[in-house]
Design a protein around this ligand. Structure first.
Ligand SMILES: [Zn+2]
Ligand SMILES: [Zn+2]
Length: 767
């Protein structure tokens, strides 16, 4: 009898749920399962997440709780689920209550998401009231992070506050059985945002009843149109129209850096690039990143889309507006609308001024973008996705840390900057901010820091920055002098970033290969073997140092590094090469003297610069027009990856350091060039040689330290051939190999490493 009584008796539970539970249709989901199981009570959003009070007999209540845990909406992600008993009150029905604003804000905001299948169907259904409406969305899709101004996530805390809903939209918004129940960006042609086409001068064009159709006409004619998207403007041109692509390059002053493509659908993409299963999954994921894919010969697009490059950066349409435009094209060039190093343009009033002389017209809309967000870039490597740029579609999703730590705001370094703010055991990286080389990007950093602190309601306890005193990110930390700050060495931050990315909080060998970063004693590092953890590190070895004749100029001119490498391998007696490096005899003499007299020729162990040297020696590239170009083209020179023949480094002991000297390798390259070997041959042997020396040095470090775990980080490990070969060799030797997954191996992931190091050190200091 007791059991029977228990099962009929009303029980009431309070359920507190945290994670990504706002703006993803969570409350209607709760409402619907409450109806299903005959549960009464209420649900509401608060600043931590969602709170439910549910009342029913124990049987239905258990079923309700089980569905609540197990059947969450597609975009939701639960990080805390707490159930407590309370006193039954005899509730009569189940309701959705208004949001309450608390002081503790831990509610997560979702990333911007690709328009869902249900919305797409309506978009192309002539009978639907949102037929061809470019801003169709629902609780499962649409803009989020880019339009949020604060939390809790509600319409008034988004830029949709500008658009009062019409009666029809309000009905959907209030109907728990509608897909648009509490869809904050809900809108329709009657009440919502509208597109407009503006002239090159930014003036409205007369008699424009279909701005999208007019834009399609302009693009077909080979014009350049600036199109406002989700996180900012793109500059668009017809990808088959070589004159248009050439004109875009000329006006943007962008010589060779590849342009991204937006392609109509998978079928159209398969005519341009090879796509494997993992790549397909990425292309059609809700984040809709740019995926780097190998071109198919005879693809038919303008060769100027990606000159000297064997891959294309491809994304599928991700907003309803993109779908409308791409209905009429196989592929459009869609490159971020910015001028050289400035951040992407994202405001209507700014666009005609900043893009003056570049765009022939502007397709704008009146939904404000609150936070500009560039397209993300991903490539598949060793069968899994690797971030190259983590931004739209991923931000502000958190990286889980193995332990809670003090709140740290980490500021990154200089290139590809991102921020990272930690809150408990979660790390939130900002969107891609850019290269911190001018005031505009610095302003973007300030705004992003303020916005992250606002939406997470977290004030940092400590700031983390790079050792380099002249970076603008360091300057920002110094400006906020009310907060303590910690300088973190660049390559140590890379190591920690890779560990945190893999949820590992233990010592490891770090192979950190990148362009350039400041070492502890003022030298320039970039080809490092470290041993360390979140707290500290030691340098166990590095690539031999080469002079960089002319300093920064050597980064722009791989041929300078080639001269430097030749001098390193042959001394005074430099052999003449077959390739024309473009230097006059006098210039070459001058550079050799600079190196000999150690004038403006800082030493670096950078692997990026070694790549440059060998790429130039192999005749692949003498002068670059964008960062990393020589190494990228050298990697792409490899045609067959399965051979194992390799060039050799000499490993020397210098005190406690293992030095990998490329002198024998350089001499082998010269012999092969003389023997008429092609770049494919030279590149493959170089990659093999580098992978082998990494494995060899790691084995020696394991003998000394007993460490069997290797983290591969730094921008060089975006190189697929090197990374796959290196991790293969290391795994054959029995190592546990960690590669980056959630954040990029390049400096875009650096802030995560800075944040965990500063968190650990600061936590120790304050206990
Ligand atoms: Zn939808
Ligand atoms: Zn409406």
């Amino acid at each position: 009898m007791r059991g029977l009584k228990g099962s009929c008796e009303l029980q009431r539970k309070r359920i507190e749920i945290e994670g990504i539970v706002q703006g993803v249709g969570f409350r209607p989901f709760v409402f619907q399962i409450a109806q299903l199981h005959g549960v009464r009570g209420w649900v509401c959003n608060d600043s931590r997440g969602v709170v439910v009070e549910a009342e029913a007999a124990s049987g239905p209540l258990e079923s309700f709780l089980s569905d609540l845990r197990g059947k969450t909406p597609p975009l939701a992600e639960i990080t805390r689920f707490d159930v407590t008993d309370c006193t039954a009150r005899g509730a009569q029905r189940f309701v959705i209550r208004d949001s309450v604003e608390g002081t503790h804000r831990t509610a997560r905001i979702t990333p911007d998401t690709h328009v869902c299948e249900a919305c797409l169907k309506e978009l192309f259904n002539p009978a639907d009231r949102r037929y061809h409406y470019p801003f169709i969305n629902c609780t499962h899709c649409g803009p989020r992070f880019s339009i949020v101004t604060g939390i809790p996530y509600d319409r008034v805390k988004t830029t949709m506050v500008d658009f009062p809903m019409c009666a029809a939209c309000r009905d959907e918004y209030q109907d728990p059985n509608s897909r648009r129940f509490h869809a904050q960006p809900n809108a329709c042609p009657v009440c919502g945002p509208q597109v407009r086409l503006l002239s090159a001068q930014g003036q409205g064009l007369p008699d424009m009843d279909d701005p999208v159709a007019a834009t399609i006409d302009l693009l077909r004619q080979g014009r350049i149109v600036a199109i406002k998207g989700l996180g900012g403007f793109h500059l668009a041109v017809h990808a088959c129209h070589s004159d248009a692509v050439a004109e875009l390059r000329r006006r943007k002053a962008r010589d060779e850096k590849p342009f991204a493509l937006m392609v109509r659908d998978l079928e159209a993409a398969r005519k341009l690039v090879r796509i494997d299963a993992a790549e397909e999954t990425l292309l059609i994921s809700t984040a809709r990143p740019i995926v780097l894919l190998d071109q198919i010969p005879g693809h038919g697009l303008s060769p100027l889309v990606a000159p000297h490059n064997r891959s294309f950066g491809v994304m599928l349409p991700y907003t309803p507006l993109h779908h409308l435009l791409l209905e009429k094209f196989d592929a459009l060039v869609m490159t971020s609308a910015n001028i050289s190093d400035e951040p992407i343009v994202y405001r209507n009033d700014d666009a005609p001024r900043r893009l003056c002389g570049i765009a022939d017209a502007y397709l704008v809309h009146d939904r404000r973008i609150h936070t500009r967000t560039d397209d993300s870039i991903v490539r598949v490597l060793a069968g899994r996705p690797m971030m190259v740029r983590r931004s739209r579609g991923y931000v502000p999703r958190a990286v889980s840390l193995s332990h809670a730590q003090p709140a740290v705001l980490a500021l990154g370094a200089e290139l590809k900057d991102t921020l990272c703010l930690t809150q408990g055991d979660r790390a939130f990286l900002s969107q891609h901010i850019g290269d911190l080389k001018n005031h505009e990007v610095y302003r973007a950093l300030e705004q992003s820091a303020a916005h992250l602190e606002e939406i997470l309601a977290t004030r940092p306890a400590v700031l983390a920055h790079d050792l380099h005193p002249d970076y603008l990110s360091t300057h920002y930390a110094q400006q906020r002098d009310e907060l303590p700050r910690m300088a973190v060495q660049h390559h140590h931050a890379h190591l920690a970033s890779c560990l945190a990315d893999n949820g590992v909080d233990a010592p490891a060998i770090g192979v950190i290969f990148d362009g350039i970063g400041l070492g502890p004693e003022g030298t320039i590092w970039g080809g490092e073997f470290l041993v360390g953890d979140f707290e500290d590190f030691l340098r166990a070895g590095h690539l031999a140092c080469l002079p960089m004749p002319g300093g920064d100029a050597a980064t722009r001119e791989p041929r300078r590094m080639a001269l430097s490498a030749l001098r390193h391998a042959y001394g005074e007696d430099i052999p003449s090469l077959i390739h024309d490096d473009g230097f006059t005899d006098q210039e070459r003499r001058l550079l050799q003297q600079m190196v000999a007299r150690k004038l403006n020729s800082p030493l670096t162990s950078s692997c990026g610069r070694l790549f440059d040297a060998v790429a130039a020696l192999a005749g692949v590239r003498q002068v670059v027009s964008y960062e990393g170009q020589a190494a990228l083209e050298f990697e792409q020179a490899v045609e067959r990856g399965d051979e194992t023949a390799a060039y050799h480094f000499e490993i020397q002991n210098e005190g406690n350091l293992l030095i990998c000297d490329p002198a024998p390798l350089i001499r082998q390259v010269v012999e092969d060039v003389r023997a008429g070997r092609d770049p494919a041959w030279i590149s493959l042997r170089f990659h093999n040689g580098l992978a082998q020396v990494i494995a060899e040095v790691c084995c020696r470090i394991r003998l000394q330290t007993g460490l069997g775990r290797v983290a591969l980080s730094g921008g060089v490990f975006q190189n697929r051939i090197l990374t796959e070969k290196t991790s293969g060799l290391l795994e054959d030797e029995g190592f546990d190999v960690l590669l980056h997954r959630q954040v990029p191996p390049n400096d875009g992931g650096l802030s995560l490493g800075q944040a965990v190091i500063a968190g650990r050190r600061f936590g120790k200091k304050s206990t």
